[in-house]
Write a new protein. Sequence first.
Length: 455
Amino acid sequence: PPGMVRNQSIIISGESGAGKTEATKIIMKYLARITRKSEKPSATEGTALLSPNGKRIAALEDRVLSSNPLLETFGNAQTLRNDNSSRFGKFIHIYFDTIKGGITGASISNYLLEKTRITTQVDGERNYHIFYQLLSGGVDSTLMEDLGLQEGVQGFAYLGNRSAEKSEADAEAFRETIVCLERIGLDTEDQRAVFGMTAAVLHLGNIQFEATDQEENCEAIISAATLPSLRKACELLGLDEAKLSEAILTKVLVVNGKTIKKPQNVALAEDKRDALAKMTYSCLFLWLVQCINETLQQKSTSKAFNSDKLGFIGVLDIYGFECFEQNGLEQLLINYCNEKLQRHFNRHLFEVEQDLYANEGVDWSYITFNDNRPCLELIEGGSGIVGILNTLDDAWGGMGTASEKDGKFVTHLHKLFGTGSGDSKKGDTESGHPNFVTPKFGNDRQFIVLHYAGE
């Protein structure tokens, strides 16, 4: 009955490689299938429609299902544990007509795209799938030439200069990517722009710098051999070559109302180049999500989409717990998110249920569970308690170089929470936080957090 309709959400959790993304796809296919059976055929169901800008798009259920492989192409990558690992989180709202039960639209919210992967990957891992698809041989040769991709995978630093061997799987996946782009209403011109921005990121990564002399922190210039890469990146992004060079090689300071341009050294120039590449790719990803949402919310050309008047089933697919050889801020945030989900699970499965048993006088044996609230307290702080994230904000708000700030941040953490024992198996509750451990070696740049799923 309409009065009994309630919104629901499905939280899919598990460590990396457990199958969360595949489970999400199965759920979406199931929902699309049962709603097709529940709806009566109409003039618009199962047929292609026109998007708001007049471009032809596929039927709604097909658009919902096409969003998955498209997001995987631009947001998934091969890791040591998973050949198709999601490197971002997403929450999918699938909206329903609360009377007829059919799908009326959908929307996707994305979180925490792993930006560091765009510029660096550890041995045995790859960058995002789209880069290899573009270089797989499935692209028209004219387009390859226009994008400056003739050298293949081994010609680009952001891909680790790996083997030029072309993968038939990547070529086949690229053909599917083209189909998915067409289904959400992106024509050949739009697709060319998407591939152009993707290629521009690769060309940015090939820009190299050299010092003007042997002095430490001396001014950097762009190596003459890589000027063609700069030129191609500017061409694809529609930027002025001279202005982009100046932006990378100098820093603008305002002192006493006067603008001063300070030359950058090689390390700082490389950081700015990488920052631009990360921003370009992440903006492209956000734009694609926006395009997908626009088409998923277009049920028909005659009805305005209003999610406030619809019921929904939400599907959360987010990173699993991660622990690599090198763990950074992204791993801390990913694991923090998993701690929050675990806390939600603990509260509703154990605490709320057992409180209900107690209130109703049910005879039962109390079930103990691993309470992860101390770990959350360590990370987020709160109620006057300083946490890792508060300390990070304070450290980066101070003076000094990035390296100096890193050192101050870690040193402060060891003073606040460390045990000095170097025992990574068990925290010392008497002299430090139970979920924080100071490593025996390299503790000026490292710290250990004991999570519910590992350290």
